[in-house]
Design a protein around this ligand. Structure first.
Ligand SMILES: *Cc1c(COP(=O)(O)O)cnc(C)c1O
Length: 448
């Protein structure tokens, strides 16, 4: 295994690297341990309860977001087999990718076209439901299309939801928040794409731009919400509700795998690759995947070489007490959804006994993967969403990844393995911008 000095040296030089987590333990022991250190963490029942809450809101989603009517208001993304992509990477890798490869296409999620539609929407509907119950205007048994009625909107209009974001969380919270009638204030970091800001403002959301990074945008949001009792702050760095909302994905995934007859067991290991920014989304999903699939699931997080905050936090054990700036990393990445310099301490601690490791990917590779995905599967993803797509390649063709498979007796099982790369966003990217991304990937494909 790599020394921490070596790892930090690689990070400082923006080299792609893979860190194998030495603190991973069996999932049963990990859950026992977490129950002691983090008793507030959701158990399976809590996650099922969150799933039920989302289902109660389905009739409202159908009326407020017509694109969700196809799925009857269930906010879920398809699990898609990607054989053409799997073939297309062979010349680039110089060999085959063993196993079956799938895309968890959160880019197609209704409401906000990114993984943030899971946690963001969940936290706001939970808040709305609680307010309505306290006000005595809601019966939990009734049809939740009532949330479109004026008496609900006039209640919610008294409140302002505040959030700090690099873009997608703001989009998610802004969209669901304003649909319910809340005022929404989004503090944006300088990485935020102009089109995301414009889209939010077009929905009546107030956007405050900060000439600083994500962590400062979150801190500003927290500060502005503190002074006002009618403010509700969505804390991307620490939120329990976001975490539970994301966790629901694992229940849905399990059902999709059953429906598609995809087998996971000790002889058919499941590998999941999750793009990571501050950690909330991949944290909630990874945690629940371990709850649901136990030791048959192997989870890796994926970060840009210019923003490896979770790798730095977990590998040093310093979590949120260290930022990538402390080792002179510049945080310059086009993967705006992952442009975070300081990871969530809460998530880093929770994932310490659970995940297999973290790897980094360069922006050039993100664009290259983006181009291949477009050509091979006609699927258009935003740069952040491609980070999970290099996962299987890292496992089989990086010496640390390969070593990890060998050490866990997984090499002979790879032919029967299942790889799921989590595609975290992309469907809202304006066409002209998507074209420029594809072009960039095409140009780069000749150079990598
Ligand atoms: C936010 C985001 C992520 C990562 O989620 P975190 O909670 O920040 O770790 C990944 N991909 C996209 C497109 C995102 O917007």
């Amino acid at each position: 295994m790599k020394s921490i000095e070596h790892l930090i040296d690689e990070m400082k030089h923006y080299s792609e690297t893979l860190w194998v987590n030495p603190n991973k333990i069996s999932s049963e022991k990990a859950m026992e341990l977490l129950q002691k250190t983090h008793p507030e963490l959701p158990d399976l029942e809590d996650v099922m309860d969150a799933d039920q809450r989302l289902r109660r809101f389905a009739p409202f989603f159908v009326s407020a977001f017509p694109e969700s009517s196809e799925s009857n208001g269930i906010i879920e993304s398809p699990l898609i087999s990607i054989p053409e992509f799997q073939k297309s990477v062979i010349p680039f890798v110089g060999g085959r990718i063993l196993g079956q490869w799938f895309l968890k296409a959160d880019n197609l999620l209704p409401i906000s076209g990114s993984i943030k539609a899971r946690g963001g929407v969940y936290e706001i509907i939970k808040f709305a439901e609680t307010l309505a119950l306290n006000e005595g205007i809601l019966n939990i048994e009734e049809d939740y299309s009532c949330f479109a009625e004026e008496k609900f909107k006039s209640l919610f209009r008294k409140y302002t939801i505040v959030v700090g974001s690099t873009g997608n969380l703001g989009l998610s919270i802004g969209t669901i928040g304003s649909a319910l009638g809340f005022n929404v204030l989004v503090h944006m970091s300088h990485d935020a794409k102009a089109w995301k800001i414009d889209l939010l403002r077009s929905k009546g959301v107030t956007v405050v731009l900060h000439d600083s990074d994500y962590s400062v945008a979150v801190a500003e949001g927290r500060k502005s919400a503190l002074s006002d009792p009618y403010s509700y702050f969505v804390d991307d760095e620490n939120s329990y509700e976001l975490f539970v909302g994301y966790a629901v994905a694992a229940l849905r995934l399990k059902q999709q795998m059953i429906d598609q007859k995809i087998i996971v067991n000790a002889d058919h290991p499941l590998f999941v690759y999750l793009p990571c920014g501050v950690g909330g989304a991949p944290g909630g999903i990874a945690y629940a995947i371990k709850l649901v699939f136990g030791d048959d699931a192997y989870v890796f997080l994926a970060e840009p070489t210019h923003a490896p905050c979770m790798m730095l936090g977990m590998a040093t054990g310093k979590h949120d007490r260290i930022s990538v700036g402390d080792i002179d990393i510049d945080l310059k990445t086009d993967a705006d959804g992952l442009a975070v310099g300081r990871a969530s301490g809460f998530v880093g601690q929770v994932l310490t006994p659970l995940i297999d490791g973290i790897y980094t990917i360069s922006d050039d590779k993100l664009y290259f993967m983006l181009y291949i995905m477009h050509e091979a599967e006609s699927m258009n993803l935003e740069p952040s969403a491609l980070a999970g797509l290099i996962g299987p390649i890292k496992m089989l063709y990086d010496s640390e990844g390969f070593g990890h498979l060998a050490e866990n007796g997984l090499l002979e099982k790879m032919e029967k393995s299942i790889h799921i790369s989590w595609a975290t966003g992309g469907s809202l990217v304006p066409e002209s911008i998507m074209e420029s991304y594809i072009k960039k990937g095409q140009v780069l494909s000749g150079t990598l």
